[in-house]
Design a protein around this ligand. Sequence first.
Ligand code: SF4
Length: 76
Amino acid sequence: MAIARVHLDASKCVTSGQCVLTAPEVFDQREEDGVGMVLTDTPAPELLDRVREAAAGCPAAAIRLLHQPSARVAGG
Ligand code: SF4
């Protein structure tokens, strides 16, 4: 089972706000300069399709969805 983790590279962001329109549960923009930020970097599975959509629609290609193996449960 992999954990999906959202990464937003603020240095690439061009403050278009597309990600916030696509997945407002996951993304927001900083009040002071409009740079995108991630509200929850491990969103619920049902939000992942829209995170992928936001990543695909980001004009700066600043959003990535990374998959990491979940931590092994001891004694399982
Ligand atoms: S869609 Fe991309 S460029 Fe636009 S605010 Fe979000 S991260 Fe920044």
